[in-house]
Design a protein around this ligand. Sequence first.
Ligand SMILES: [Fe+2]
Length: 283
Amino acid sequence: MTALKKEDVRADFTIDQPVATYTAEDHETWRTLFRRQAEILKGRACDEYLDGLEGLGVAADGIPDFRKLSEVLTKATGWSVVAVPGLVPDDVFFDHLANRRFPATWWIRKPEQMDYLEEPDVFHDLYGHVPLLMNPVMADFVAEYGKGGVKALKLGALPNLARLYWYTVEFGLMETPKGMRIYGAGIMSSKSESIYALESPSPNRVRFDLMRVMRTRYRIDTFQNTYFVIRSFEELFKATSPDFTPLYKALQKQPEIGAGDIVEGDKVVHRGTREGWAETPDA
Ligand SMILES: [Fe+2]
């Protein structure tokens, strides 16, 4: 992360991607991460993701230029990628999504942070998120999520809505005719979680249910205790289409669910063994 001057950051928190500041080591980090994930994601990532990655031409040879990516992405689904210095305020983030602009962090992790990052970097944001924005249904879902976010802020329901994003866009799994697959970006960009989420007996895997998800706390410091499973992006889009206002009202009367809890009514695909779960509280 080189020093960005305050005046370089626009009111919507975007900047020009400082392409010239990437070092040879930065590009090498990208290549290492890219090569490693390509191997791991074979038979683990959903087809929609792999198609998107191929269609985008996110190259193995170095950190991509956001403008070139955006040209391809805009043609496919009307989305573009804009560079930001890091996490942006919620209202700004939602406004970008609602307008089909994906805010991507421009900087890349250091070699000693290969496997653990506290904040998303360009590898997570581009490699994890952008390929699925090539898919028309996901492209619409994320834009609708942005509009929903603007509304949720006004209704004071952000914690509920944020769980939907967390358990789908970041950590979602999909049951496909070929088997269980990953679609969440948080899993997709992590070597160890892409194996853990699918293959470990430790976490729960539960069928997606909108209200259940919006009640469920999550882990920010460890792998997830529970992954929610959809069957298709169409299912997800349909389930989240109705107005959330009455749902938020109903949620106020329902208790939260712990990140690792199984509750009555759950359609359990796999009940986790809870092995290795942290004792620290969930978020
Ligand atoms: Fe993310």
